[in-house]
Design a protein. Sequence first.
Lengths: 335, 552
Amino acid sequence: MTRGSIFKLFAYAVVAGAITTAVAVFIPWLPTAATRQADRMWFSIWFAEIIAIVVFAVVAAALIYCVVEFRVKPGDTSDGPPTHGHTMLEIIWTAIPTVIVIAITIVAAIVIHDNGKAGTNPLVIKVVTQQFTYQFEYPNGKTFNILRLPKDRNVKLDLSSKDVIHSFWVPAFGQKTDAVPGITTSIVITPTRTGYYPIICTQLCGLGHALMRSEAIVLESTEYDSWYASAGEAPAAAAGGTDGKSVYTAAGCGACHVFTAGGSAGTIGSSLDNLSVDAAKAGEELNDFIRSSITDPDTFLAPGYAKGVMPSTYKSSISGAQLDSLVQYLAENTK
Amino acid sequence: MASKANHHPSAARQRFGSDWRAGRITAWLTTVDHKRVGLLYIWTTLGFFAVGGVLALLMRAQLATPNENFLTRGSYNQVLTIHGTTMIFLVIVPILAGFGNFLVPLMIGARDMAFPRLNALSYWLFLLGGIVLLSSFWAGHGAAQGGWTSYVPLSTLHMPGHGEDFWILGLHILSISSLVGAINFIVTIHNMRTSGMTWTRIPLFIWAILTYAWLLVIVLPTLSAGLTMMLLDRQWGTHFFDPVHGGSPILYQHVFWFFGHPEVYIMILPAMGIISEIIPVFARKPIFGYKAVAYSTVGIAFFSLLVWAHHMFSTGLPVGLDSFFMLSSMVIAVPTGVKIFNWLATLWRGNISFDTPMLWSLGFIGVFTLGGLSGIFLAAFPIDWQLTDTYFVVAHLHYVLFGGSMFAVFAGLYYWWPKMFGRLLDERLGKLHFALVLIGFNVTFLPQHFLGLLGMPRRVYTYRPGGIWEVYNVISTVGSFLMAVGMLVFVLNVVITARSGRRASNDPWLADTLEWYTTSPPPAWNFDRLPYISNARPLRDVRRRLEAERWK
Ligand code: HEC
Ligand code: HEM
Ligand SMILES: [Cu+2]
Ligand SMILES: [Cu+2]
């Protein structure tokens, strides 16, 4: 290799690297980190990113250089130099990538170790998932379907599922874990920014997967404390309440059903606006029909809908009093 | 081991008739000729590729803007599942088998595969499996809806109808087909090489097919076991995967990914083999580091058996276990890198000509490098925690599967087309095809990385309006239709050149390997006679000798 060709190669690499770096820097990649764990995550992503840019620039430069410099002259079918290999080169380009990937592995291991630490006395919240809702159970036994978190405190989320595998992901928190039926998984987060963040299910969990969303709200810790102290009477969506409408909201019926009075427009299940028609078809009295549709959804199927879609877990997850008022509420607001 | 020169031209001619391609439909239906079986494979997979492609366009149409109502909920999930399953099980794996069938005997100087009847059986099973899978759209409640991974308990306890059972049955049939084919490849390559063709003189594509076949033999039984357990859970009340009765959903994932990760190498190693054949020919140099390329193939295959749980980082495995799988997944990037560096070194100071097969190969190197690099991100498990099951993974797997395997398949089609059909594809249309697909591909999948990083989960039929998501999604859909136009150009190319394409000589590319020694297309008995093989580039030796004689 002559000095000129080395220089050219280097120039190509710089250009390729500059373009990829520009893409990396100017295109919004990542949401702003909102937890301490996400800060570490973003560090490890950028660490790998820089390495990836360098590797890509080298490969791209070599490729472009070959394409530009070694194109054949028209009509020339002669062979290039018969080089069959070079042991030293092979060793070098085995060793360097090995070092690089081990470096990434070490950084990743440190991050994972730090991110797993919940510290002493974390706030433990149970996250119970089911098609297609989240429920958050606080240490005082109260359950909500929106996650409220205090800023700057270690929170441990214990995930479980009542039916299929779901997932809990808040992009700005930099963590994601599946909720697997039969076992409990957990993640640790320490929120650092107040605000509203979407909670997203990322594991295909059935017809309503695309709609399985909730919200996390990070509060200043004083705000959080006063909310926590008064929680119960507070926010309407509390599933602990027995008012029919809030049970409807909290149990996530709206994700699948159209119900005008409840303000929901889900399209996976049938509309709940005209239940007496189906009650007549099933030959049952309206209230009984609604009750059995919730507790044993598969005994009577709304025409055109499949078995096994509506969760059959409400029997156990909704208390007797709640069920009564839910049935009442539906019966009063349907035709 | 290497067979004696068993080619007796006149006797063979009598037995086989003159042209193995001519003949009525029955001749094709009853064929056991490896070339015909290979071509049946290739045509069938191209048909399935069109089906899978249309399904993909339907999905991109639905996702072009938020809250569309074109293809929602159950129908979307069906299309999603069948698209993925088709592309993997009905396109990439079998088209590589098609190349293998056509090329292996020609490349090693044999007259056919070791077991010609088994070979035909594996094709017909493949066709049957494909039909079963695709017909599931008409099953009660439509096709399977669990994604190509079909996780439990969603697909056992929460998937009414028979689509899922069709899916299981289809995959069962396809695994038997692949298993039969794989055994045939192994036996053929071990026993039927012509004289002089030692292990360091076989073409690199043969190394790749041999490794591909061994991997299939090792992992397919695991898939079959998993599918059987799933079927039993669905239909006969067993509880392998039902947590309520002490079963484990995680068990299914272990079983599936023990098959599933090697499967991705099953799909890329032969593709890399194709690239390793094409680059030296068009750079007019020997492959740089033959042994390094061959051993890295074996190395990748070995490590691919040790990395499966990197698809399960988010299921709460113990940190120690995750760390092991992180390290092994990282290690596998090294032999992959070695291949890329050796290809670049082969290009270095070559006399490069840019015919269509070479363009696809160069495109492969560029795009596959990006896919490999995004793989590193996924292998680092804290990073994977952020990225898994988002559009980032969708982008990654298309960079390696489409940008990798499919680009190599097209490189191979343009390269071997003259050998298969006796006519070359048109170069101008070929270059247009390449340009449209390369651009369309990057326009489609590059923005999906950003979508995933910003929070778009995979396998959703809709998303919320607002922000830059909408822009990325629209761009992605536009790109996908650009690619579709590119594919139409390919169809046009095939149709036009079928009648008027330039006729191919034995060796139109001045290539290195044995298949170019015989006529294009080859006679039914493959070779009239064979040269003694004294290195990995027998054809070059032959050309040299001819030239020397001419100057004498
Ligand atoms: C996963 C989606 C889903 C969720 C969540 C869901 N349902 Fe359903 N529901 C369905 C489907 C699908 C049907 C139709 C099949 C059937 O009748 O079982 C249905 C049927 C019904 C019916 C009978 C309708 C008829 O016309 O026959 C009632 C009443 C009902 N659901 C109420 C509820 C209530 C109350 C909730 C919340 C506690 C709820 N559903 C939650 C999907 C869902
Ligand atoms: C450098 C090499 C590679 C590495 C380190 C790598 C790593 C990974 C990882 C860790 C995942 C899991 C992502 C997740 O679900 O969270 C993944 C997904 C995937 N990879 Fe790769 N990969 C590599 C190359 C390939 C190749 C060559 C192919 C195929 C030819 C491939 C095909 C796939 C597919 C299909 C998936 C998606 C699986 C799914 O549906 O979940 N990968 N890869
Ligand atoms: Cu989901
Ligand atoms: Cu993998």
